[in-house]
Design a protein around this ligand. Structure first.
Ligand code: GLY
Length: 570
């Protein structure tokens, strides 16, 4: 073969590969898009059996607890936003809670400082994210159970069984998981996590080999047979409480018995003719998303081309303002009864916020007037639509990837480190992004503030876009930009997900941007306007479904930054 023929073949292969990578998935009767193709298939099969979107979500969530242990979980918590085919929207809050023995200064030393320690990857981190005291009372099982009791159709047992099968029979370890297993083995000082990917011979399961998790299968069997009581009462609860007591944790049997998931009214907003439903507190996601979409509705996007300097600057300023409001006001509303949510999500307030944006200069984030630091990828999101056009947007998390990294070897699942999402030092807010405001200080049984933003956009009362992302505080911004890309810039869902993203969170005062996708000229002009620009490879791992309502077709897309993710249609 001549050189130019080889080049032609290589270019063809490249085009073919990128076509595969960027493909959207189309289906008529239902779809699940998650960060694990195996879990998406589990959900899709439930839809095929006649299950609805809630049934498929319950089955997908349990499957992810087996196939995506970094964030799929039964030891953490999260949120469901549900819009049914009649146009009725609701949410289920299964965020973790602070244990009864928790207190606002529980992580501080005698001088009132927040000490540092070594995290599960061998890196330095503040201690509110380390060890068993960082574990919040898990909510996932209660949340999935409540969602199923209220809105599910198929028997509970049929929804948990696929996860039990995956854990007991095993599934082929992906290359991405294999690499994580090697890295954990090398860097972690937590015995439970070091053993997590090992087989009975004590060796790390190889790439493509079957990975079995018999202890996790047994825990899931208790949940299958006894519902939420299989986790919060009986043998599993006793083992959690005993493990905590023996190893310095503070979660007790009483904490587990008292835990309840809660159904809450969604945050509702609008952008042009679209209605936006998203998560209320204890997430800050819905409020900040609606505030930012309200501000963007005031901009004339025809004169602000996507990815231009004006676009990047405006977005950064909109984000700065919403995150400042988030830092000042947001926390669990069961404890902060006077939270100004109505005001923050109103069109009037958006006008006052929009009017002081200077399109030629960066504003200043003032920590004394009124962000946590940018946190990396963690958490996982999936989107589901069924044949009747009921839609579920579900984001759940262990906080950091692999949470606390700790767990009882008898139970086989990982505990979260969600206590790190509370404001750790009362009254201390710093330019580095530490927040000390009252609404999110630790109190017994309070839920820590979240940024998870599971969202459903409706058109004429019917689901139109189902979207969400992992990523810590970046979540709100990546969901915001993807939503704006679809609703404001008319992008196809896949393009909207892959398009350039930035992140500004008020403090630290900097614009984090995807360096492959923002032009060097824009970066330079942004710097001249006073922005500190910080490059990052990737922001967000979005999983979305767009509904072509004219032709009644579902269009699914998973972010190419998810190695094992995928959309599965029926
Ligand atoms: N743990 C991520 C969040 O709740 O925002």
């Amino acid at each position: 073969m001549k050189k130019n023929q080889i080049i032609a073949v290589l270019s063809f292969l490249l085009v073919l590969t990128s076509t595969v990578v960027t493909a959207q998935t189309y289906a008529k009767n239902g779809m699940v898009v998650s960060s694990s193709k195996i879990a998406s298939e589990v959900g899709r099969d439930i839809l095929k059996k006649g299950g609805n979107a809630i049934d498929a979500s319950v089955a997908t969530a349990f499957a992810l607890a087996v196939t995506l242990p970094a964030a799929g979980n039964i030891g953490g918590g999260g949120f469901i936003v549900y819009l049914d085919s009649s146009g009725s929207a609701t949410t289920i809050d299964f965020r973790e809670k602070a244990p009864l023995k928790a207190s606002s200064d529980m992580f501080l030393d005698a001088s009132g400082n927040l000490p540092k320690g070594i995290d599960l990857r061998g890196r330095e981190s503040t201690i509110n994210h380390i060890g068993l005291k960082s574990v919040g009372v898990p909510g996932t099982v209660a949340g999935l159970y409540l969602a199923h009791q209220k809105y599910g159709k198929l028997p509970w047992k049929e929804l948990v069984q696929p996860a039990i099968d995956l854990a007991s029979t095993g599934f082929e370890l992906s290359y991405a998981l294999y690499q994580t297993a090697l890295s954990i083995e090398k860097k972690s000082n937590i015995p439970f996590l070091k053993d997590y990917f090992k087989n009975e011979k004590g060796e790390i399961v190889g790439f493509g080999e079957l990975w079995q998790q018999p202890e996790l299968a047994n825990t899931l069997i208790a949940i299958r047979d006894r519902g939420r009581d299989g986790f919060y009462k009986g043998k599993v609860a006793k083992e959690i409480a005993d493990f905590m007591k023996e190893n310095g944790g503070i979660i007790s049997k009483k904490d587990l018995q008292k835990y309840e998931a809660v159904e809450r009214k969604p945050i509702e907003g609008s952008y042009k003719d679209y209605t936006i439903y998203s998560m209320p507190p204890p997430s800050s996601g819905g409020v900040a998303l609606v505030e930012m979409m309200n501000l963007m509705e005031l901009a004339n996007l025809d004169s602000i081309p996507f990815n231009s300097t004006a676009y990047t600057h405006l977005l950064a300023e909109v984000m700065r303002r919403a995150y400042a409001d988030r830092a000042e006001h947001m926390g669990d509303t069961d404890f902060n009864l006077n939270s100004p949510i109505k005001k923050l999500t109103s069109k009037e307030f958006a006008k006052s916020r929009f009017n002081n944006i200077d399109m030629s200069h960066a504003s200043i984030s003032d920590s004394t007037a009124f962000g946590q630091l940018y946190d990396g990828e963690s958490t996982t999101h999936f989107s589901v639509v069924d044949k009747d056009r009921n839609a579920v947007s579900l984001t759940y998390t262990l906080e950091h990837s692999y949470g606390s990294g700790m767990g009882s070897p008898k139970l086989g699942f990982i505990f979260n480190n969600e206590m790190g999402d509370f404001n750790p030092i009362p009254n201390k807010t710093t330019t580095r992004g530490l927040i000390g405001t009252k609404p999110n200080l630790i109190e017994p049984e309070k839920r820590m503030l979240s940024s998870m933003t599971p969202t459903i956009v409706a058109q004429n009362g019917k689901p139109y876009l189902v979207i969400g992302s992992p990523g810590g505080r970046t979540i709100i911004n990546t969901v915001f930009q993807t939503t704006l890309n679809v609703l404001g810039y008319n992008m196809p869902i896949k393009k909207a997900i892959e398009a350039m993203k930035i992140h500004h969170q008020w403090l630290p005062d900097r614009v984090v941007y995807e360096y492959d996708l923002l032009s060097p000229d824009t970066r330079r002009t942004m710097e001249q306007m006073g922005h500190k620009m910080v490059p990052v490879r990737n922001l967000g791992v979005l999983m979305g479904i767009l509904i072509d309502t004219e032709n009644n077709v579902l269009i699914g897309a998973s972010d190419s930054s998810s190695a094992d993710g995928g959309a599965k249609g029926h």
